[in-house]
Design a protein around this ligand. Sequence first.
Ligand code: NOJ
Ligand code: CA
Length: 705
Amino acid sequence: MRNYIIILWFVSLFSCGKAMEPFKVSSPDSDIRLEFNLDENEAPFYKVYHKDKLVIDSSGLSFDFKNQASLGAGLNVLKTETSTVNETWQMPWGEQTEVANHYNELIVYLEEATETKRKFNIHFRVFNDGLGFRYDFPEQEHLQEVIITDENTEFNLTGDHKVWWIPGDWDIYEHVYNESKLSEIDALSKRDHPNLSATHIPENAVNTPVTMKTDEALYLSFHEADLTDYSGMTLKVDKDGLGLTSELVGSERLGGKVRLAAPFKTPWRTIQIAERAGDLIESKLILNLNEPNKIGDVSYFTPMKYVGIWWEMHIGKSTWDFEATQDMTTYTQGKASSKTHGANTKNAKRYIDFASEHGIKGLLVEGWNTGWNQWLSGDREGIFDFMTSYPDYNFEEVIAYAKAKGVEIIMHHETSAAPRTYEKQMDEAYNFMKKHGINSVKTGYVGKIIPEGEYHHGQYMVNHYHKVLEEAAKKKIAINAHEPIKATGKRRTYPNAIAREGLRGQEFNAWASDGGNPTSHLSTVAFTRMLSGPIDFTPGVFNIKMDGYKENNQINTTLAHQLALYVVIYSPIQMLCDLPEHYMENGQIHPMFQFLKDVGVDWEQTKVLDGEVGDFVIIAREERETGDWFVGGITDEHARNLQLNFDFLPEGTSFQAVIYKDGPDAHWDENPTDYAIETMDITSKSTLDVHLVAGGGFAISIKKN
Ligand code: NOJ
Ligand code: CA
C-alpha cells in the first residue's frame, strides 16, 4: 500500500476578546502561507503570502441571511486545530493514475459573542500548489433553516493583474475569454451574446476558473471545489480596491441565493498559485478537495473516442427534428427547410461502418427521439420523450448493428432546460438505456430553465445535475453534460461524471455570427476552463472552411492544430466530430487521420512542457498500459519556433516518433489544411525544432521501437 496519512492534531483554546497574533498555516514546502485573524470589529479576515510576498491582502469572510442578522462580526475564536495529510490516491481514468494529496490544515472555530452564540467554522487547507477554504455550519439552536442572500468571501489582490475572464453569467459559460487588467473587467458589455437562448449577467462579475498573472509573473487562478447543494459562485469586481467578492447565483423563486438547514458545509473556495503557467494545469488541488470515490467500480465506462450524428446538424447538412422544418444551424425555428432528418437508421449504420473500420469505439446519435420539433418553443415542459424514437430510426436495428460491429452507442438526452420533465422520466430512461447495453449519455440543457426564476448555475440546478449523477451511478451510467454546471472536481467522488461542455465548444464555429472561436481560444481555455476538469470540446474538424456548407463560418485554426487538441484538451471521451466523408482525401483516408486513430484517451501521466496563458501550450501525456507518449502543441494567431526536448521519456529506450505538423505554407486563415508528416527515431536525449504557423499546431505520437 503506497498510501500513507500522517495526521497531527494540535488543539488550541482561547479566551475571548483580546488582540491576537494571527493563526498561520503553510504549505508542506513552506512557500505558501495563510494567516487568519479577527479585526477590531472581531470580523474574520485572511491573508495569503507566496514566498513571504503578500498575494491576497486582508480579505473578509461573512454571510447575509434573509430574516436574520448577518454573520461575520463580533466573533470569538473558540479554538483552532491543525493537521497534516499526505496520501496518494488513484484515478479510475484521468490525466494521470496516481494523485498526491498533501496539505496542512487549519480549522478555526468561531462563535458570536452575543446571546444567540451562532457559530461557524472555517477549514483552510494549504497545498504546495495553492489553497482552499470552506465554511462549515454545525447544528445549533439559533441558526437552523437559512436563506443565504449573500456570501461575502473576499479576494483582495495586491496589484492590477492581467486577467483572463468570462462574464459571471448565471446561465451559460459559453463566452469568449477576455484578456484585460483586473480594473478593466467589463462583464456588463458582454450581455449581448449571440446565438444562445439563455444568458443572464446581472453584475460586473466573472465566472470561475478565472486566471491572473501578476507583474512578477506569478500565476493565480480562482475557482471552487465540491459544489454540492449550493449555488455556483461568480466573483464580483470591486474596481476601487482591486478586489473580487463572491456573488452567488440567485433564484427569484427563493428570493435569495441558497436555502439550507444546519449542519451544512459550503463548497471550497480555491486559489491556485504557480510560478509556471503550466503548473496550473498539472495541479490536482481541486480534485484533492473533493471526497474520495463513493460509487465504487466504474469499469462500465471505458475512455474512448467517438464519432457522431452531430456536426452535420450544426453545419446545416441535416436536422435534429424528423419533420426537418427548423433551421437548427442558428437554433431558430420556423424556416421551411429542404434538409433531411440526420438520425435515421441508414445514416447511423454509415457512421457505425466508419467507426468500426477505423477502430473508433463510440457513436453518439442526436435527434433520435421525439420532441425536437418543439425544443426551442415557449412550452418545453413535457415535450421530450427519452424512450421513443422517430419513425425513421429503428432503435433496435441500430443497436444490433453497432454491437455486431463492435461499436458502442452513446445515448443523447437533450432536456431543453426542462429538468422536471427529465427527472420524471429519468428512471425509466436509464433502464431503457441499460436494457440496450448503453452505458453513457450526453445530456443537454439548451434554453431558459423551467421553472422560471431559476438559472443554470443556481442551487436548484446544482441539485438537479447532482441528482442526475447519483441516479445514473446507481444504474451504472456515465454522464457527459452540455450546458452543465461548472466542473468542481466532483469526478473524484462520482467518477461517472466523465466530461462536460461548459465553455464555447467547437459548435460555435459552425454557426456563431461573431466569427467563431478566436485563434487564441484553446490556448486560453487550457489555463482557465480546463483547470476545473475534462472538456467535451469535440475537436477534429478536417473540413476547416466548411466547404459546401457554410459560406460565412470556418474553424480559426490549422488542421494540425485540430490534431493537437486531442492531447492539449483533456477528456476521457474525445469526439472525432467531422463527417466521415471529410476524413477522406482522394478516396483514401486522410493521412493526418492516422493520428486520430492512434492517440490515447486515458493517461498514466501528464506533463506540461511549456506554455503561456492565451498564447501557446505544449502538453505531453503517457498512455496507460501501452507506455506510448503523445505530444500536442498549439499557438494563437502568432507563428512560433519551439524547441522540444524529450527528457520526459525513459532513458535508454528508442522510440519512433511520427510528427504531424503545419505545412510550410499553412496559415489558419489563408491555408489551414497544408500539412506535413515526418517520422524519426528519438530517445530521451533527442531534441526537435518545430515551427508553428499562425493559428497552427503539431501532434506527435511516440511509440517504442
Ligand atoms: C447544445 C450542445 O452543446 C450541442 O452539442 C448539442 O448538439 C445541442 N445542444 C443539441 O442538444
Ligand atoms: Ca452548448
